[in-house]
Design a protein around this ligand. Structure first.
Ligand SMILES: O=C(O)c1ccccc1N[C@@H]1O[C@H](COP(=O)(O)O)[C@@H](O)[C@H]1O
Length: 483
């Protein structure tokens, strides 16, 4: 198995390196280095997704990626185009890395540098520092609890930061218990090389809010990074899609643009497989199901699994396609019922569209989208009480029917709300008005139901046209930013 092979090889290599340069000497070299560059400072401002750009020639899962790559020139290009941290492979056998690359890169850039390697011994941390690294990778899968704590403590004693990598809930729990501040969720299983793009979503919501989360592996395109914006990661670690790119600056700008300035789209009130297909094929980010019985869009909870199973796009996504997240919409139901339905269907978010209080939101065991309506500027003050106990706020048109009425609200008030919080804008959005809404309100996401229906039934063509319109308005925004 790969992980065993690489750890064995690392042990063998270490024996020789420790003979060539004993621990006391490498420690001395480490201590003689100038101050580390602080990764956590580099991750300011919070609320945006930073890029850790990786310099690697090869990987065991993909083979030779970029045989002619110039490590220093590539790292400089990364920095010039907005990378916050440079990750450097130093492992020579499987990744064709080298300590020399790390030192040369550290001298050529002004951002922090990560030693990306299979660290199993404190000696390697002193080495990392001696070579110039500001941060080290610690992989939970190859360390027991005692080793993890010890290596974290050695890194801290050298004023280095550690990126503690996990690939399961159990490893995430261990990382937190060991005191890891920066936790990387690797979508790739290092034993089988299998990818699980949904792992970050599931692990993210169990991690304490005060940890810095890094998404690792398999980050290639706009849809990949749009998802990361939903999981509130502070950084994405990207290697392969950069080193194989023919145009690295454009690839970096695309990743950063879509991770930080894209508009999330939720298509709500779905009840039929063909409309789920249409939403997925068009690139919807979230699918909403209404569990409010008086609504004509009501769907029985047990029916949701059936319609998803009958949706070909959901059960057999195209290669590389990542499925949208599932949102359940509830109005003034009790928390136990909501939590039970969420578990039963596997909902990812709960939208509360009634009079639910901030205290009630805290009883929901999934990230909460709280719908609020704004009638006058004074109503903006109500948002504050919900901000810390919800995942996102949703601004909908005030109506007696709670929502889904097809009526637009006050976009000026919504714009003010969007300046304070990441909001979803809902209420009367249509193919015709959505571009204006995005331009005027600048919401984090938009939510539509009536506007993609014909005679009270979802309309696949309208769903596709609506999402295309949103993406088009983003392209226009990008062009405006560039000129
Ligand atoms: O759509 C419904 O029937 C509904 C019922 C009760 C609460 C919320 C509901 N829908 C939400 O309303 C907006 C969509 O509004 P519109 O139809 O586009 O005007 C969205 O947040 C839905 O989740």
């Amino acid at each position: 198995m790969f992980l065993d092979r690489i750890v064995n090889q690392t042990r063998i290599d270490l024996i020789q390196r420790k003979i060539d340069l004993p621990l006391e000497q490498i420690k001395q070299q480490a201590l003689e280095q100038s101050r580390t560059r602080d990764v956590l400072e580099a991750f300011e401002p919070q609320g945006r997704v930073h890029l850790i750009a990786e310099v690697k020639r090869a990987s065991p899962s993909k083979g030779l990626l970029a045989p002619d790559l110039d490590p220093v020139a590539t790292a400089m290009l990364y920095e010039q185009n907005g990378a916050t941290v440079i990750s450097v492979l130093t492992e020579p056998h499987f990744f064709l890395g080298s300590p020399d690359y790390l030192t040369a890169i550290k001298n050529a850039v002004s951002v922090p540098v990560l030693r990306k390697d299979f660290i199993i011994d404190e000696y390697q941390i002193y080495e990392a520092r001696a070579w110039g690294a500001d941060m080290v990778l610690l992989i939970c899968a190859i360390l027991d609890d005692q080793q993890l704590r010890h290596l974290l403590q050695v890194a801290t004693s050298l004023r280095m930061r550690a990126l503690v990598e996990v690939h399961s809930q159990e490893e995430a729990r261990r990382a937190v218990a060991a005191g890891a501040v920066i936790i990387g969720v690797n979508s790739r299983n290092l034993t089988t090389f299998e990818m699980n793009p949904y792992l970050i979503r599931d692990i993210r919501r169990t991690l304490p809010g005060d940890r810095v989360i890094v998404a690792e592996s398999g980050i290639h395109n706009a849809a990949d990074v749009r998802r990361l914006a939903r999981y509130d990661v502070q950084a994405m670690l990207v290697g392969e899609s950069l080193v194989v790119s023919k145009d690295i600056p454009t690839q970096i700008q695309m990743l950063l643009q879509h991770a930080n300035h894209t508009t999330q789209v939720k298509i709500c009130g779905l009840r039929e497989p063909e409309h789920i297909n249409a939403a997925i094929d068009a690139g919807a980010d979230m699918l909403g199901f209404i569990f409010h019985k008086p609504s004509h869009r009501y769907i029985q909870p047990e029916r949701v699994s059936e319609v998803l199973a009958a949706s070909q796009s959901y059960t057999q996504p195209r290669k590389g396609q990542v499925l949208p997240d599932l949102v359940g919409v509830f109005v003034n139901q009790d928390a136990d019922t909501i939590n039970a339905i969420a578990d039963q269907i596997g909902l990812h978010y709960i939208q509360l569209h009634g009079n639910e209080t901030p205290e009630f939101c805290q009883r929901i065991k999934r990230p909460v989208i709280k719908a609020l309506s704004l009638q006058q500027p004074a109503d903006l003050a109500r948002l504050a009480a919900y901000r810390d106990v919800t995942w996102r706020l949703l601004i909908d048109t005030p109506t007696a029917d709670w929502g889904g009425t097809g009526r637009t609200g006050d976009w000026e008030l919504a714009r003010l709300a969007a300046q304070q919080s990441k909001i979803l804008l809902a209420g009367g959005l249509t193919i015709e008005n959505v571009a204006t809404a995005i331009r005027q309100v600048q919401p984090w996401g938009i939510d539509v139901s009536s506007g993609v229906e014909t005679e009270r039934r979802k309309d696949s063509q309208k769903i596709a046209a609506f999402i295309a319109q949103v993406r088009q308005s983003e392209n226009n925004k990008q062009e405006l930013l560039e000129h």
